[in-house]
Design a protein around this ligand. Structure first.
Ligand code: SAJ
Length: 427
C-alpha cells in the first residue's frame, strides 16, 4: 500500500516529531491538534515544547512543503493518534482524548485506510475502545480498513534519534493490519519492526515502563536500607551491578514524567487483584519526596524558617518537562514545613512553585541559602563546584538526592554533605 497523505492527531512530544519525520521523508502530513495555542504557535513556525533538535526538524518539515497544521483531520491514507492518556486522581486512565480523536476520524475514514493508536493505553483499548468508535463509520476494522497499535518508546531528550533507530512494535487488530502498519513505519524506522497483535503491543509498552518503575522502586528501598545499615547505596549498587546478571537502577527523590509514573497504574486498573507488586512499587516511588524531606530534617533539625536553595524542578536531567516531577513534590513538602525555598530550573526559569521564589541563575538561587538541595541531575548541578557554592551561600549544608556530589570535595569546601541512601554518617 502506498501512503501519500497521513493525518497525525496530537502534536505533543510524540505527535510533532512523528509528523515532522514523516514529512521530511516525503509523505504529505496534516498535523492536527485541538489546542488553539499549539496550532497558532506551530503555524507561526515556532514550537511549544523543548526537545533537542526538534525546532530544526519541524522547520525542515515546513520547508519541505509536506507539513501542514490544522485543528481538524481530513481524509487521508492513514491516521495516527498520538494524544495524551494521563491518569486521573483515582489513578484510572483518562481516555477522553483518545475517544475524541477517534470520533474525529470517523467522518474521514475511507475503505483501505490505516488507523494507528500510538498513545500508551490500558490493555485491550485498541480492540474494545477504538475499534467500536471507528466502526460508527460503517466500516469494519480489519476488513474494510486496518487498525493497529504501535507504542511510542522514545526517551525524552533523545526522541529524534530513538524514533528512527529504536525497534518498533506494531500490533494489528488483524495480521493484515500489522503488515500495513509495517509499510507505513518502514518509511523512516531503521530499527527492527516487530509485528504482533494489538493487545500484545499494548502490554509490551506497559511492561517496559512498569519493569523500570519496579527496578527504581527496589533501588529506592535499598537506599533506605543502606541508611539504616550504615552503607553507601551508590557504591553498593555499583558493585552489585558488576555481577553479569544484575542491573539495579538509581535511587532518587522519586519517579516523574508522564510515562513511568503513570503507565503501571494502567495495569493495576485493569487487574487490581493481579498487581500487588506493581502497585507497591508505585507507592514506594511516590513516597520518595517525603523520605527526602524527612532525611533532611533528621540531619539538620526543624525546617521552619530554613533558607533552602532547591536545584531543579524538571522530572529528569536536561529537559524542561515538569510533569509529575518529584522535585516539585519535594519543594511543596519543604514549604509545608515552613522552609523558605528558592528554586532554580535552568530549562524553565519562569516556572514558579506556589510559596517558593524562582531564581534565574545558580548564583541567585544560592545567595543567602543555608542549605543547597540537589534534586535534578542537570549537568549544571551535577558539576556544581562546592568551593563556588560555599562562597555564594550563607550556610554550609548540602543534600544530594542524585548520588552525584563527591563527599570529599564537598567536605573539603566546608560542607556537611547529606546524601540520599548514604548511611555511613548515621550508622
Ligand atoms: N529515574 C530514577 N532512577 C533511574 C532512572 C530514572 O529515579 O535510575 C527517574 C527519573 O529521574 C525520572 C523517571 O525515573 O523522574 C523517569 O525517567 P526515565 O528517563 O527513566 O524515563 P522517561 O519517563 O523519560 O521515558 C520512559 C522510557 N521508558 C523506558 O526506558 C522503559 C522511554 O523509552 C519511553 O518511551 C517513555 O518512558 C514513554 O513515553 O513511555
Amino acid at each position: 500500500m502506498s501512503f501519500r497523505k497521513i493525518c497525525v492527531l496530537g502534536l505533543g512530544y510524540i505527535g510533532l516529531p512523528t509528523a515532522s519525520t514523516f514529512a521530511t521523508h516525503g509523505i504529505e502530513v496534516i498535523g492536527v491538534d485541538v489546542n488553539e495555542h499549539v496550532v497558532n504557535v506551530l503555524k507561526n513556525g515556532e514550537i511549544h515544547i523543548h526537545e533537542p533538535g526538534l525546532r530544526t526538524l519541524v522547520q525542515a518539515a515546513f520547508r519541505s512543503g509536506k507539513l501542514r497544521i490544522s485543528d481538524h483531520p481530513e481524509p487521508a491514507d492513514a491516521f495516527i493518534i498520538a494524544v495524551p492518556t494521563p491518569i486521573q486522581e483515582d489513578k484510572r486512565a483518562d481516555m477522553r482524548a483518545v475517544v475524541s480523536a477517534a470520533e474525529s476520524i470517523v467522518p474521514c475514514l475511507r475503505p483501505g485506510n490505516l488507523v494507528v493508536l500510538e498513545s500508551t493505553s490500558p490493555p485491550r483499548t485498541t480492540a474494545d475502545l477504538v475499534a467500536p468508535i471507528l466502526e460508527q463509520s460503517g466500516l469494519k476494522a480489519g476488513v474494510d480498513y486496518f487498525l493497529a497499535y504501535s507504542p511510542e518508546r522514545v526517551l525524552p531528550g533523545k526522541i529524534l534519534t530513538e524514533i528512527i533507530e529504536n525497534a518498533r512494535v506494531i500490533g494489528g487488530l488483524t495480521p493484515k493490519s500489522a503488515e500495513v502498519g509495517r509499510e507505513l513505519y518502514a518509511t523512516f524506522v531503521r530499527g527492527d519492526i516487530i509485528l504482533t497483535d494489538a493487545t500484545a503491543a499494548e502490554m509490551v509498552k506497559l511492561m517496559e515502563n512498569t519493569y523500570r518503575d519496579v527496578n527504581i522502586a527496589i533501588a529506592n528501598e535499598f537506599a533506605g536500607l543502606a541508611e539504616t545499615f550504615g552503607v553507601d547505596v551508590w557504591e553498593a549498587i555499583q558493585t552489585a551491578n558488576l555481577h553479569p546478571r544484575v542491573n539495579i537502577l538509581r535511587p532518587g527523590p522519586g519517579v516523574g514524567g508522564h510515562c513511568i509514573s503513570v503507565d503501571p497504574w494502567f495495569l493495576v486498573e485493569a487487574a487490581p487483584d493481579q498487581t500487588p507488586l506493581i502497585r507497591q512499587a508505585r507507592l514506594v516511588n511516590d513516597g520518595q519526596p517525603a523520605r527526602v524531606v524527612a532525611h533532611l530534617e533528621a540531619a539538620v533539625g526543624r525546617l521552619q524558617g530554613k533558607r533552602i536553595a532547591a536545584l531543579g524542578l524538571a522530572y529528569k536531567p536536561n529537559v524542561d518537562d515538569l510533569r509529575e516531577s518529584p522535585a516539585i513534590d519535594v519543594v511543596d513538602a519543604l514549604i509545608a514545613r515552613g522552609a523558605v525555598v528558592k528554586t532554580y530550573e535552568p530549562y524553565a526559569p519562569e516556572i514558579t512553585v506556589s510559596g517558593a521564589t524562582p531564581a534565574q541563575s545558580i548564583e541567585t538561587v544560592l545567595q543567602g541559602a543555608e542549605v543547597v538541595l540537589h534534586l535534578v541531575n542537570h549537568d549544571e548541578f551535577r558539576e556544581l563546584d562546592p568551593v563556588y557554592a560555599a562562597g555564594a551561600m550563607q550556610g554550609s549544608v548540602a543534600m544530594d538526592t542524585r548520588g552525584s556530589w563527591n563527599r570529599a570535595a564537598w567536605a573539603a569546601a566546608g560542607f556537611q554533605l547529606i546524601r540520599l541512601g548514604d548511611g555511613r554518617d548515621y550508622a
